[in-house]
Design a protein around this ligand. Structure first.
Ligand SMILES: [Fe+2]
Length: 170
């Protein structure tokens, strides 16, 4: 499958440089539900699927890695009352993770982005973003980082992308 091939492709070419951090922003909420899918019945938005791995700086899967993700809806709004478009997953033993959600829109001066907090017992926790290659705002506006721009492709009406996280040792 194309997405699985993309993981090994990124692993083969990645030099395991620690993922750049841009901070959590003001809308982080701890305690989001354990779930891979944020999609709900009747929810607007282009389907988005993300997969990848969490690795250490030697390219090895990080045992016990966990990813929390939160992002805006198609109106550029965060759910600050509940946990819509928020969730967290434990990575598999080989470091792999996946989420299915909807593509976030760019809001105010910001580029399109998914907020993430990535942690593992033996690594330094990071708060950063997955941004989108090809987004007209991807290279401008506050917080835009080329190193965080994920390439995506459409497959059967779903946007798909792969993103590797590399964490420093604790
Ligand atoms: Fe944001």
């Amino acid at each position: 499958m194309a997405v699985a091939a993309a993981v090994s492709e990124l692993e083969a070419t990645d030099q395991f440089i620690p993922t750049e951090e841009v901070g959590p922003g003001p809308f982080y909420k701890a305690g989001s539900p354990e779930r891979h899918s944020f999609r709900e019945k009747g929810m607007d938005g282009e389907p988005l699927r993300i997969n990848g791995k969490v690795l250490d700086t030697r390219g090895r899967p990080l045992t016990g890695a966990r990813i929390e993700m939160w992002h805006v809806n198609t109106k550029g709004e965060y759910d600050n009352e509940g946990f819509r478009l928020r969730g967290q997953v434990a990575c598999a033993a080989n470091g792999e993770y996946w989420f299915e959600t909807i593509t976030p829109v760019a809001y105010s001066s910001r580029c399109m982005h998914l907020h993430v907090r990535v942690s593992a017992p033996s690594a330094k926790t990071i708060a950063t973003e997955i941004q989108f290659d090809g987004d007209p705002k991807a290279t401008k506006g506050s917080g835009a980082r080329t190193s965080l721009a994920m390439k995506t492709a459409m497959n059967n009406g779903e946007r798909q992308g792969t993103f590797l996280f590399v964490l420093r040792d604790a």
